[in-house]
Design a protein around this ligand. Structure first.
Ligand code: GTP
Ligand code: MG
Length: 446
């Protein structure tokens, strides 16, 4: 399914116009195709910028990275042209005429993996780094790109390998008994491995927060200033604000950086019974958005008397008491009609109290504890560490039982299982469908 025999091409820079746009070629014919393209007689000097012309298209700079010292591990040529979609498309088309093929999404990085330049967590880190919204996300991805996770897994894998080798020797030469590995050593080694899996998993829930971010829904009655607060937190007049109750109908989302975490803010329709079918649909969506959010900002209008029913709504959903919410008393620039000690006073239109609100949000979500860079952040990795841990626990149980050589066979099978899971993380043993899934997340040119 995956071939590295042909030469692939794609625009590597984002769509649109810019000072520079880059077309990337990778494969055995990358150099030959480039020389044809720019009518260059001599070979291109490795890793040197060469000025050239693509006839009737543009003046470009070509840089040749011979295998294996390139991003993909193949021969790679990067062609920097002026950043115009028309120019870049013309260059790509010309390379197709000379024998290149359009790259699939993520295919450059896939080749880097297949050629052994990077392992799977590093390839995944490339995608995460490109997608990062906050500096913390970028740093976490960068650590993974540098191989921190690979190093940890590699360590565990070596211990497992050693254990398996010694256990196999004991099984093959039973008369020696546990000569290669006595029972106490085995259980100690297993306990150590389980503890290491536990440490990784403790890190994981923080890691998920950093990598995937959080959703915060802004909810409340009509006209209390939800959209105004949304705009204030986003820092742009994104949602329509009017003094007509029921202005917002659809969900409006925007991604912001909150203390380094990627937060998706969702503005919702004001909650009320409405006979208007559009508004009623909006209210239904508002309820759904609250149900899936990690936190709800429940907004009240502090300048108007608080109806008992609304106060009860603010107190929380009796059906989902564990759902996190922060009460916001908006319009603090106007005279107060009431006070609630549990509410944060803000003025969405004047910007007062927003810092306090951000602090409350950070507290409610325990963002503080995410400030360290987690070692593991990807759900695929987490699921595999969990699988490995279960196998290790089974091995531990079998090792503790009095089954003689039979229990050794069980321990061995479980250890092999654990090892397979760890190797699927690094990609040493990753099925093709797993690879296809991972690389389909990338966009073309990466
Ligand atoms: N004085 C004052 N007015 C505000 C403040 N926040 C919002 N408003 C006004 O309140 C009105 C409603 O604001 P919106 O942000 O549209 O309220 P909403 O909750 O999104 O309303 P719906 O979408 O209809 O549910 C507008 O006239 C805003 O200018 C505030 O902090 N102070
Ligand atoms: Mg609104």
């Amino acid at each position: 399914m995956f071939s590295t025999a042909d030469t692939i091409v794609a625009v590597a820079t984002p769509p649109g116009r810019g000072g520079i746009g880059i077309v990337r070629l990778s494969g055995p014919d990358a150099h030959r195709i480039t020389r044809r393209l720019i009518a260059h007689d001599a070979a291109l000097e490795p890793r040197r910028a060469t000025f050239a012309r693509v006839a009737h298209v543009d003046e470009i700079i070509a840089t040749y990275f011979p295998a294996p010292h390139s991003y993909t591990g193949d021969d790679v040529v990067e062609l920097s042209a002026h950043g115009s979609p028309v120019v870049l498309r013309a260059i790509v088309t010309a390379t197709l005429d000379w024998g290149a093929r359009l790259a699939e999404p993520g295919e450059f990085t896939l080749r880097a993996f297949l050629n052994g330049r990077i392992d799977l967590p590093q390839a995944e880190a490339v995608a995460d780094l490109i997608d990062a919204v906050t500096p913390l996300q970028a740093r976490t991805a960068f650590d993974q790109l540098q191989g921190t996770l690979t190093g940890i897994i590699g360590d565990i894998d070596r211990s497992l390998f050693d254990l398996i080798a010694r256990l196999e020797a004991s099984v093959d030469f039973p008369e020696e008994g546990y000569h290669f590995l006595d029972a106490g050593d085995l259980t100690n080694a297993l306990d150590g491995l389980i503890a290491r899996a536990d440490t990784l998993l403790r890190d994981a829930c923080r890691g998920r927060l950093v990598r995937e971010g959080l959703q915060i829904a802004i909810a409340g009655r009509p006209n209390v200033g939800k959209s105004s607060l949304f705009n204030a937190l986003v820092g742009a007049a994104r949602a329509i604000v009017t003094d007509v109750p029921g202005t917002t109908r659809d969900l409006i989302t925007e991604v912001v950086d909150m203390d380094g975490l990627r937060v998706t803010l969702v503005d919702t329709a004001g909650l009320r019974d409405s006979r208007d079918i559009v508004e009623a649909e909006g209210v239904a969506r508002a309820m759904q958005a609250q149900a899936v959010a990690d936190l709800t900002l429940y907004v009240l209008d502090r300048s108007r008397p608080l109806a008992g029913e609304v106060a009860r709504e603010a107190d929380g959903d009796v059906h989902a008491p564990e759902h996190k919410r922060v009460i916001v008393a908006n319009k603090s620039d106007l005279p107060a009609a009431w006070r609630r000690p549990d509410a944060v006073d803000v003025s969405a239109t004047h910007g007062d109290g927003l810092d306090m609100l951000r602090k409350k949000i950070a507290e409610a979500l325990d963002i503080e504890s995410c400030a360290d860079r987690p070692e593991i952040s990807n759900v695929r990795h987490v699921a595999l560490v969990q699988r490995a841990r279960r196998a290790l626990l089974r091995a531990r149980a079998a090792a503790g039982s009095e089954g003689g050589s039979l229990s050794e066979e069980f321990v061995l099978a479980d250890l092999q299982d654990a090892r397979a899971a760890f190797e699927e993380i690094t990609g040493r043993r990753a099925p093709e469908d797993v690879l296809a899934h991972i690389f389909s997340r990338f966009c073309v040119g990466k």
